[in-house]
Design a protein around this ligand. Sequence first.
Ligand code: CAA
Length: 261
Amino acid sequence: RGEQMDYEFIRVARDQAVGIITLHRPEVLNALNLKLVDELVEALENMDRDDSVRTIVLTGNEKAFAAGADIDEMADETAISMLLKDQFTVWDRIATINKPIIAAVSGYVLGGGCELMMNCDIVIASETTKIGQPEINLGVMPGAGGTQRLTKMVGKVKAMEMLLTGSPISAEEALRYGLVNKVVPVEMYLQEAVTLAKKIAAKPPLAVRLIKKSVLKAIDNPLSEGLAYERNCFYLLFASEDQTEGMRAFVEKRKPKFTGR
Ligand code: CAA
């Protein structure tokens, strides 16, 4: 594909209505350097704008989803150079993507890799997945949301343990703590994620979009605000053709044909 040539550290592909982004720096376990993250955000935003893409799968390789931010790139930084570079601000754009992002992870999911995974909406993990925030072992701490999102996802005491020891947890443990949706054999994790992405891709896109936004609202707003937001979204969907079609099809006992309008 022509657009592929523009990216150095990621690969983009399509499988029907599913856009697939693969992190591709295998020689360094997909360490997230600045250019990779810029490319990833650009590819996500392109897919978000493309009406023919309905859901996005984000993956790495069997050995590593990503082993964290690129340590070589940061080793000689100073507080002021980090402040001026402000490298984590671009990450905020990942949270604004409207389409569901399904992470297909395997192997190392560490540091920035874990933070990236936690920015995704659904996670399929291979049995060999190891998830952790090892920044403490480098004399630092997570900087792309790790202390905040991990705590909200696994609760205080588990987050403390993971962040203060830096030791990764297994896929099974991650499943128990609600960090991943499903654990499958390593041969299957990507296919499983794509199958799930296709299932969601067949749903009415406006409902998909507003459900994603409403769930994200629940994370950083009081319940009353989230409920008000949800109600407005619910009412708004009655302006869509897909609501008319979906309910009519149910009454007429046939399959609905959704158009995204
Ligand atoms: N940055 C840069 N290079 C990395 C890297 C990283 N985060 N992780 C791995 N690599 C490189 C290694 O330097 C090595 O390169 P060379 O072949 O040129 O030596 C290559 O990837 C393969 O790695 P290893 O030889 O170390 O492989 P291993 O199987 O022995 O160990 C590992 C794997 C346990 C994941 C180990 O590589 C490791 O501990 N990596 C660092 C993990 C880490 O600390 N991540 C947090 C980064 S900080 C951060 O993410 C901040 C934030 O909040 C955003």
